[in-house]
Design a protein around this ligand. Structure first.
Ligand code: ADQ
Length: 607
C-alpha cells in the first residue's frame, strides 16, 4: 500500500503479503549517488578527526611517560572523546603525584631524613594492618556535597582533624563514619549512606549518618558544645547541662555505634579510631559488641582537673564510656595527667602511673600524648599559579590593600576560648604606649562565625564588633584604622596571603588543646620572617618554644610582646622561625597518625 504523502521523487511501498511485506524505495540514481558521497565524506572526516585526536593522545601519553613537558600543548577538548580525555588527565595527575612522592622519598632516603610523608605513612599503616579494616568515626565528614546554583559541589572542610586523618584512610582504604552535613549529601550517597571518596580517585568509603534536628540540637549544640566544650576549657564560661541534651548525646552515640558495627560486620580484629568529645560513650558501646576490635579515642580539646570535671552530672558515665578504648590520646602530657587524676578521683580502678594506664574490670587503657601537626610544605599561595616560592612582601601587601609598615594577623573561629577580646585590648594598649605606630600599623582579624545558634557564640560576635568599633574610633584618622575585623570564613589562599604579609601572628587562646593557627603561620613562612606571639595556655606552646609566649589575661604583657615582635631584628626572627619550622617538619601530621596507629598496634589484647 503506497504511503499517503510520498516524498517528491521517492516512492516507498510495502509489498502486499502481511508479515513478509517488503519495503522498497524508488529514488533517482543521481540523488542516491549524492547521498552516498556525502555519507562517505562524513565518515571520512569523522575517522580523520578521531585518528587525529587519538594520535595526539598517544603522543601526549608518551611525553608524560618519558617525563617530557606536557603543559605547553594541552589535550584537545573534543566533545566526542571528552570522557576519554578526562580519564587520561586524571591518570596523568595521579602519575605526577606518585612521581613527586617517589622523588621526595628518594630525596629523604639520601638525606637520611626521618621525616614522615604521606607515602611513608601509607607503607607504615599497610604493614601494621595486614589487610585488617580501619574505621574512623568523627562528627565532621571529609567531603560535603552542597548545592551551588544548579550544580552540586563537593567541598572539603578546613579542618585540622580532616587533614590529619584523611591520609590514613587514603593509605589503607577503610571507612570514615560521620554526620551528614551538606544539603546534597543524601543524593550523592547510596541507600546506606555510603559513597566512595575522594571523588576524583576513590580509595575509601565515607558512611554518612543522618541526624534529626532534635538530635543535632541536643547532642551537638547542647551537650557537646554548651556542656563538654566549656567544661574542658578553663575559660570562665559556665557549662550548661540539660538532661534532654544528655539523652540525645547518649542516643546519638548509640546511633553511631550501630552504624560503626554495621561497617565492621564480617571483619576480624579491626582498628577503630574515634575522634573527639562528641563520642565519649562510643568506645565502650563498640567494645561490648566487638571485643576483638582495637579501639582508640583522640580528644582534641584539653582535659580539666578533677575538681572542674567533677561538676558534670554524668562524669562517671563519660569516663566509663572512654575507658572502653585501648588507647586514649590527648595533645599534651598535662591533659593525660588530668585525665588520670580524674579517673583516680571518680572511679574505682587501678592507675599505673609508670605506664600511664588505667586498669579496670580486667581491661587496660593506655593514656598518651600525641601532639597534632600540620601537613608539611604547604604550597605558598603563589605556587598555585606555577610561580612558586614566597611572594615579595610589597606584592602581598598590595594584594591585601594594606598601605602600612607593620601588619599583625589573627585567625580564629569566633569562640570565647580563643581570647579575641583580650587580643583587641592588647592592641589598644600597644597603641596607647607606643603612639609612633599609629597610622603605620594594622591588625587583621580573620574571624569565622562558629556555632552561631548557641546564644553565647551569637552574642560574642556582636560584642567583638562593638569592641573593635570602640578601639577604632579612639585611634582612627582620615585614612586609617588600626583593626580590620574580617568576620567570615576565608579560603586557604586568602589565609596564606595574610600569614605571608604579617610581621606577627597573635594567638591569645585562654585555653586550647593545641591550636593549629600558630603552626600554619610558621609553616607558611618559608622566608623565615615574622614572629609568633603565642598564649602559654595553648598546647602548641609546649613545642613552639621560640614563639613569644604570653599570658593572654595580662594585657600589658601582650602589648609588650607586640612591641618586641615589631622591633625584633631580622636575624633573630630568622633564627627563631627556622627552629620552629624544624620542629613542625619533624612533628607533622603524618607522624601524628603514624604514632597513634603504631601505639594501637602494640597494645596486647586483655588477658
Ligand atoms: P579548633 O578550636 O577549631 O580545633 P584550631 O587548632 O585553632 O582549632 O584550628 C582552626 C582551623 O580553622 C585552622 O586550620 C584555621 O586556619 C581555620 N580557620 C580559623 N579561622 C578561619 C577563618 N576565618 N576562615 C577559614 N578558616 C579558618 C580543635 C581544638 C584545637 C586543636 C584542633 C586540632 O580546639 O585546640 O588544635 O582541634 O586538634
Amino acid at each position: 500500500m503506497p504511503f499517503p504523502h510520498p516524498v517528491k521523487g521517492c516512492r516507498l511501498a510495502l509489498a502486499s503479503g502481511g508479515r513478509g511485506g517488503k519495503l522498497t524505495v524508488d529514488m533517482p540514481t543521481n540523488e542516491i549517488l549524492l547521498v552516498t558521497i556525502s555519507v562517505l565524506a562524513t565518515l571520512l572526516v569523522a575517522r580523520w578527526n578521531l585518528l587525529r585526536v587519538a594520535r595526539r593522545l598517544v603522543e601526549w601519553a608518551h611525553k608524560l611517560r618519558t617525563g617530557e613537558e606536557t603543559q605547553k600543548e594541552p589535550l584537545p577538548k573534543t566533545a566526542l572523546l571528552w570522557p576519554v580525555v578526562q580519564e587520561v588527565l586524571q591518570m596523568a595527575a595521579n602519575l605526577k603525584e606518585a612521581r613527586a612522592a617517589a622523588e621526595e622519598e628518594a630525596r629523604l632516603r639520601l638525606a637520611g631524613g626521618s621525616r614522615w610523608t604521606p607515602e611513608r605513612l601509607k607503607g607504615h599503616v599497610r604493614s601494621i594492618l595486614h589487610g585488617r579494616s580501619f574505621l574512623v568515626i568523627a562528627n565532621r565528614e571529609p567531603y560535603t556535597h552542597i548545592r551551588d546554583g544548579g550544580r552540586i559541589k563537593c567541598v572539603t572542610p578546613a579542618s585540622g582533624l580532616v587533614t590529619a586523618v584523611e591520609p590514613v584512610l587514603r593509605a589503607c582504604g577503610g571507612t570514615w563514619v560521620a554526620s551528614a552535613s551538606g544539603d546534597a549529601d543524601r543524593e550523592t550517597a547510596d541507600e546506606h549512606g555510603r559513597l566512595r571518596v575522594p571523588p576524583d580517585a576513590p580509595v575509601y568509603t565515607l558512611k554518612r549518618v543522618w541526624l534529626t534536628e532534635e538530635e543535632e540540637e541536643g547532642y551537638y549544640y547542647g551537650f557537646s558544645n554548651e556542656g563538654l566544650w566549656p567544661l574542658c576549657h578553663i575559660a570562665h564560661t559556665r557549662p550548661v547541662f540539660r538532661v534532654e541534651d544528655w539523652k540525645q548525646y547518649c542516643s546519638v552515640n548509640g546511633k553511631f555505634a550501630e552504624a560503626a558495627l554495621q561497617e565492621l560486620a564480617g571483619t576480624e580484629n579491626p582498628f577503630v579510631l574515634i575522634q573527639d568529645y562528641h563520642f565519649a560513650l562510643l568506645p565502650r558501646l563498640i567494645r561490648e559488641r566487638r571485643p576483638d576490635a582495637k579501639i582508640a579515642i583522640f580528644w582534641h580539646i584539653p582535659w580539666p582537673n578533677p575538681e572542674a570535671f567533677g561538676i558534670c552530672p554524668w562524669g562517671r558515665e563519660l569516663l566509663l564510656g572512654m575507658l572502653g578504648a585501648d588507647l586514649i590520646g590527648f595533645h599534651i602530657q598535662a591533659h593525660c595527667n588530668n585525665f588520670l587524676d580524674t579517673v583516680d578521683r571518680l572511679l574505682e580502678s587501678r592507675i599505673d602511673w609508670e605506664q600511664f594506664a588505667v586498669n579496670r574490670a580486667e581491661h587496660k587503657t593506655t593514656i598518651k600524648p600525641f601532639p597534632i601537626g600540620i601537613a608539611p610544605n604547604r604550597e605558598p599561595a603563589e605556587g598555585k599559579n606555577g610561580v612558586g616560592g614566597p611572594i615579595p612582601r610589597e606584592q602581598v601587601l598590595n594584594r591585601l590593600k594594606l598601605q602600612v609598615k607593620w601588619v599583625g594577623v589573627g585567625v580564629d573561629r569566633i569562640d570565647y576560648t580563643k581570647g579575641i577580646a583580650e587580643r583587641f585590648l592588647a592592641i589598644e594598649r600597644f597603641l596607647e604606649k607606643y603612639p609612633e605606630y599609629r597610622e603605620n600599623f594594622v591588625f587583621a582579624e580573620l574571624a569565622a562565625p562558629s556555632r552561631t545558634s548557641i546564644k553565647r557564640y551569637h552574642d560574642l560576635g556582636a560584642e567583638l564588633e562593638l569592641e573593635v568599633e570602640r578601639i577604632n574610633q579612639r585611634f582612627q584618622t582620615r585614612n586609617w584604622k588600626p583593626i580590620l575585623f574580617l568576620k567570615e570564613h576565608h579560603n586557604r589562599e586568602e589565609i596564606d596571603l595574610f600569614y605571608q604579609g604579617a610581621d606577627f601572628c597573635l594567638i591569645t587562646s585562654l585555653h586550647d588543646g593545641m591550636n593549629l593557627v600558630g603552626k600554619e603561620f610558621v609553616g607558611s613562612r618559608s622566608d623565615e620572617h615574622g614572629t609568633l606571639i603565642l598564649s602559654r595556655f595553648a598546647g602548641a606552646s609546649r613545642e613552639l618554644r621560640d614563639a613569644l609566649l604570653v599570658n593572654p589575661y595580662d594585657i600589658d604583657e601582650v602589648a609588650e610582646a607586640i612591641h618586641d615582635a615589631v622591633t625584633m631584628s631580622t636575624d633573630e626572627q630568622k633564627a627563631r622561625m627556622s627552629r620552629m619550622r624544624a620542629v613542625l617538619d619533624e612533628h607533622n601530621v603524618y607522624r601524628w597518625a603514624a604514632d597513634i596507629t603504631t601505639e594501637l598496634d602494640q597494645i596486647r589484647p586483655d588477658s
